[in-house]
Design a binder for this molecule. Structure first.
Ligand SMILES: [Zn+2]
Length: 142
């Protein structure tokens, strides 16, 4: 690689609006793509332009970071498909670790686990207006 080319690349990069990698403390939005009893996998969506996201921008919510109240299993706070607002509590080589145990963090959008009707997020026990199924959630207070 010759040095002239390097200079040109730097000039081009300087013109691009500054972006930075996500770091501890950043609040992000993503979708739950997998859950087990003890963890959920959150895949980030490119909602904030100043942040660099790659297709593999995802990470883990451990059950201890899901709620300040006792939670028996992850499915009682989030489920696959939920749109979730989360805070990055750790970044390591394996990816992000997220927390949703603060008031403004948690589920922003969700569908009934049984009939897929969009839920009205107004309590931790949400009754589906269509099928009356009770859906448990950790809701983001906005
Ligand atoms: Zn339902």
């Amino acid at each position: 690689m010759n040095s002239k080319k390097n200079v040109d690349i730097k000039k081009i990069l300087d013109k691009i609006p500054k972006q930075r990698a996500l770091e501890e403390g950043d609040v992000v939005t993503g979708v739950i793509v997998q859950t087990t009893d003890k963890i959920a996998i959150l895949s980030l969506e490119a909602t904030k332009k100043q942040h660099i996201l790659t297709p593999s921008s995802s990470g883990v919510i451990f059950i201890r970071n899901a709620s300040d109240d006792y939670v028996e299993k992850m499915g009682d706070v989030v489920r696959i498909g939920d749109i979730v607002k989360a805070k990055i509590v750790e970044v390591d080589k394996f990816g992000f670790k997220f927390a949703i145990n603060e008031e403004e963090l948690g589920v922003l959008q969700s569908n009934c686990s049984k009939c897929k009707t969009p839920l009205i997020l107004n309590s931790t026990n949400i009754k589906c207006l269509k099928c009356n199924t009770i859906n448990l959630k950790k809701i983001a207070k906005v």
